[in-house]
Design a protein around this ligand. Structure first.
Ligand code: DHB
Ligand code: FE
Length: 291
């Protein structure tokens, strides 16, 4: 059966892709952020996932305001990216696990999540930047990627957005579905975006360190506590793009075991964003010993 090895949360700011292309990881501005990935790399070499299920939000590359699904699941054998205009090189294609995608889609629909299924889907910086951060060697080589992906898109762009409780439930449905998948796959769940940031309007540049800390503390052991915030509250506390935290809630929901934080890096700012990088253990070893 498939196992969930753990979760990774990471910001997805496009300028990170530019810093990678220009090899600026050790520059004074970038070093405190990239250092946060040392542990992620160590953990990924230890846990060796075969598949990454990536919760993210599209920013207008694949979906636009005219047609915006609340939840969309990729079911392709390969995902391409395209130039979004950020001045970063276009990422190489990433292989998909279409069989796992369909298993997850079936489970989601059975759980009354009526998702959009995408057998073709362009992935934007919210997938490609985290993939390059997690597997930098693969992103910059021509050798095969060590993982396949299942991208799951959550609308954090055009209101009405799904609430925090709904995204937590979506994640839980995905977590149960992964664990009911027969092939022996090791799966990492990833949530991208956030934390607090606002790119436009009179509050452009808004960051809320106290609220980010509260989120990072609560999401580990009591994610339900965060569901008392409405989307309106979230925009107020975290900025109009801080709602990308919905992707983190889904990632957290997909963790089925005893969850603990293995690493946390919080750095202000990367571009206009409070950048957070975390690794969560899923506690499956503990559970399987007890079973
Ligand atoms: C920035 C942050 C984002 O989440 C994004 O999608 C694009 C840009 C930024 O801070 O520049
Ligand atoms: Fe974003």
């Amino acid at each position: 059966m498939a196992v969930i090895v753990g979760g990774v949360g990471t910001t997805h700011v496009p300028s990170i892709g530019k810093a990678i292309a220009e090899k600026k990881q050790n520059d004074a501005y970038w070093k405190p952020f990239f250092k946060g990935f040392d542990y992620v790399h160590y953990w990924l070499t230890r846990t060796k996932p075969d598949v990454a299920v990536v919760f993210y939000n599209d920013h207008g590359l694949n979906f636009f305001l005219d047609k915006m699904p609340t939840f969309a699941v990729g079911a392709a054998a390969e995902y391409r990216s395209e130039d979004e205009g950020w001045g970063i090189p276009v990422s190489r294609p990433i292989p998909g696990d279409a069989a796992l995608s369909w298993h997850l889609i079936n489970a989601l629909v059975a759980d009354e999540f009526d998702v959009t299924t995408c057998q073709e889907m362009l992935i934007d910086h919210a997938v490609t930047v985290p993939m390059a951060l997690m597997w930098p060697a693969a992103a910059s080589s021509t050798k095969p990627w060590p993982v396949k992906i299942v991208p799951i898109q959550i609308n954090t762009v055009q209101h009405p957005l799904p609430g925090l409780a709904r995204c937590l439930k979506l994640g839980r449905s995905i977590g149960r579905a992964i664990e009911s998948y027969e092939p022996e796959l090791r799966v990492v769940v990833v949530g991208t975006g956030g934390l607090s940031h606002q790119l436009d309007g009179t509050r452009a540049g808004f960051i809320n360190k106290e609220f980010d800390k509260l989120c990072l503390d609560r999401i580990v052991t009591e994610p339900e506590a965060l569901t008392r915030y409405s989307i309106h509250d979230w925009v107020e506390q975290s900025g109009s793009q801080g709602v990308e935290f919905l992707n983190w809630m889904a990632m957290r929901g997909a963790l089925t075991g005893r969850v603990s934080e293995l690493s946390r890096n919080y750095h202000i700012p990367i571009s206009n964003t409070a950048a957070a990088t975390v690794v969560y253990e899923n506690g499956t070893e503990v559970r399987s010993k007890a079973a």
